[in-house]
Design a protein. Sequence first.
Length: 62
Amino acid sequence: MEQTASPCVRNCCLGEGDVCPGCFRHIDEIMQWREMTEHQKQAVIVLTAERRALHRRNYRNK
């Protein structure tokens, strides 16, 4: 199984809800990334895609 790459884009900061606007991970997901299983990492990747899509929808309509 191939390792899941970190979604980090080196634009680290915490925004609303302690979510990084660069990678869209929650602070807990960032801190625990190295200890996560591949299954957990894949679940986080799905969540980041959902957060990114929601962010784009919210800011496109403003």
